[in-house]
Write a protein that binds this ligand. Structure first.
Ligand SMILES: [Zn+2]
Length: 281
């Protein structure tokens, strides 16, 4: 059983090195085998203003993530945080994505931090590109004028080949009806559990489908205790007593399938060379 955190970040909170170390430390503590990260410093309109603004371009943010993932390719994967409000999809960015495709599992768009709905025409070149890349797009959803899951539903219809992941199952509301209704309407729409109560995740599994939601946390947005939050302790402890199959799907299986995360096979027999060396002993 491998736990995957399908929604984590690096950023200058207060430095990249601190967030990277925190991700590795908390993964070890909680038994998380793999985390998908994106760089929050790409934010075009940062809402976390407790730190000085530290904006970087999509390409710079991607390079930060790649440096981290290349050190730990079996534990860290990259989502490319896109900045459609101010940036065009450049040949240089596309080249970087293609040159590093083995470390890149998908894309991330944050409507609030870009002050732009996903239905905005500026997203179209990105969505066409993502269609061709066959990699999922994680999209922040919340009850605000840019981030409603309804807009994501509209785009899911227009781009049926993209698998969209609605982060937070619509944040800032306990009323998950709209989110669940939208998920039911679009088979290419998934969700993650960042700041989502486990009882709501279970509702998605029961009412929409067992493979439509995956564990994700926003680690370490709330600092070193992000994963100690009671909302996540429920998942680790399986307080709802999901069957083994359901819990494994929620905690890692669904993300592995959707993002194509494969773990090295450690059950392989020793290679011939090793056997020869053994004989020499
Ligand atoms: Zn996030």
């Amino acid at each position: 059983m491998k736990i995957i955190d399908a929604h984590a970040h690096i950023a200058h909170w207060p430095t990249l090195a601190v967030t990277e170390a925190e991700i590795l430390r908390s993964m070890k503590e909680k038994g998380i085998a793999f985390s998908l990260i994106s760089d929050c410093d790409c934010s075009e309109y940062p809402s976390l203003d407790s730190y000085p603004p530290h904006h970087v371009s999509t390409l710079e943010g991607l390079k930060h993530c790649l440096t981290f993932a290349k050190k730990y390719p079996n534990r860290i994967g990259v989502l490319v945080w896109i900045n459609p409000h101010h940036e065009l999809l450049t040949p240089e960015l596309i080249r970087c994505i293609h040159d590093n495709s083995r470390y890149i599992y998908g894309f991330k768009f944050h409507p609030w931090e870009s002050q732009m709905r996903i239905t905005n025409p500026r997203l179209v070149p990105y969505l066409r590109f993502i269609t061709l890349e066959h990699k999922p797009l994680l999209v922040h959803t919340a009850k605000d004028k840019y981030s409603s899951i309804r807009y994501l539903g509209m785009v899911a219809t227009r781009f049926p080949k993209i698998r969209f992941v609605a982060a937070h199952l619509q944040l800032c509301t306990d009323d998950k009806e709209e989110a669940i209704r939208t998920l039911k309407l679009h088979s290419n729409l998934y969700a993650d559990t960042a700041w989502v109560k486990m009882s709501d995740a279970k509702r998605v599994m029961d009412e929409v489908g067992p493979d439509r939601i995956m564990f994700g946390t926003d680690n370490p947005v709330d600092g070193e205790h992000t994963l100690d939050n009671p909302i996540y302790e429920e998942y680790f402890a399986n307080v709802l007593d999901l069957s083994g199959k359901e819990w494994r799907a929620l905690m890692g299986g669904n993300a592995a399938k959707l993002y194509g995360i494969r773990f090295p096979d450690r059950t392989k027999k020793p290679q011939k060379k090793t056997l020869l060396l053994d004989k020499k002993k």
